[in-house]
Ligand binder design. Structure first.
Ligand code: ADP
Length: 262
């Protein structure tokens, strides 16, 4: 079974020749030159490219934090319901960024509190999400009582609490040790399958990009252009030994080729 879902209908996100310029006074800096891709509901798109090429900038545009300066961006489908980043996007960062004075349940509830969602339903949903990310029984613990990997799982639950359409992850496992990172990759595939959300994940690890992605977007050195965009058609359920197979290696090689790394 392929993890790549059939791509029918209009995409959730459509980017056409997207361009982004940072301005400071009279100075201009072209961060993204020309990015075109379609992301469909339920996709897990891994985004790779050299450091400084504009990956975080692209996530910030998708999250509504930054505008773009050229090209076209449609989120939610041309005919779809209005997409409001505050309500429809969940974010996961490299650091869990949990509030140390709130327990894990209250941390997960934070976006729901900010959006003013009904408390009782949000608490129920938070418990369900803590279950899903394997933190059942940790609701009343404080962040310092959890390992780095557990804290990051709490931040994934927090990103899902308001039932967003899109979850953006910026190097989510970059701060974890190698083994915890591999375990989190497996957890992530399970969370993706269970939540059926659309994820865009920035990673510096080519292996992680192939292991996690239903699709992979490769960007050139900045200012970013598309170097490649392709589905990752590997058999599931994906387990760590998949990384030793020729098919997995072929995708890794393809990305290295596009990045010009030998
Ligand atoms: P990546 O996530 O791929 O490492 P970024 O999107 O963080 O890259 O940055 C792309 C480029 O834009 C870099 O050269 C960075 O220095 C520059 N940049 C990022 N944010 C700003 C900003 N707020 N103002 C000016 N330049 C920025």
């Amino acid at each position: 079974m392929s993890l790549a879902m059939p791509r029918q209908g209009e995409p959730l996100i459509s980017m056409r020749n997207l361009r982004k310029v940072y301005r400071k006074g009279t100075q201009e800096f072209l961060a993204i030159s020309d990015v075109t891709m379609d992301i469909h509901a339920g996709d897990m798109v891994s985004l790779v490219g050299p450091s400084g090429c504009g990956k975080s900038t692209l996530l910030k545009i998708l999250s509504g934090l930054h505008g773009h300066d050229g090209g076209d961006l449609q989120i939610g489908g041309a005919s779809g319901a209005a997409f409001e980043p505050g309500r429809d996007v969940g974010m996961v960062f490299q650091q869990p960024l949990l509030l140390k004075w709130r327990n894990i349940l209250e941390n997960v509830l934070l976006p729901a509190d900010i959006l003013g969602l009904p408390r009782k339903a949000a608490v129920e949903r938070a418990h369900g999400l803590l279950d899903m990310v394997g933190l059942n029984g940790f609701a009343n613990k404080f962040p310092y009582e959890l390992s780095g990997g557990m804290q990051q799982r709490a931040s994934i639950a927090r990103a899902l609490i308001h039932d967003p359409k899109l979850v953006l992850m910026d190097e989510p496992f970059g701060a974890l040790d190698a083994l915890t990172r591999e375990k989190m990759n497996l957890e992530m595939l399970r969370i993706w399958a269970q939540s059926r959300k659309t994820f865009v994940v920035v990673t510096h690890s080519i292996q992680e990009a192939v292991f996690l992605g239903s699709h992979c977007a490769v960007m050139t050195a900045g200012p970013a252009r598309m170097a490649d965009f392709f589905p990752i058609d590997l058999p599931g359920p994906r387990k760590l030994h998949l990384k030793t197979t020729p098919a997995f290696g072929a995708y890794v090689t393809r990305i290295y080729d596009r990045l010009g790394v030998e």
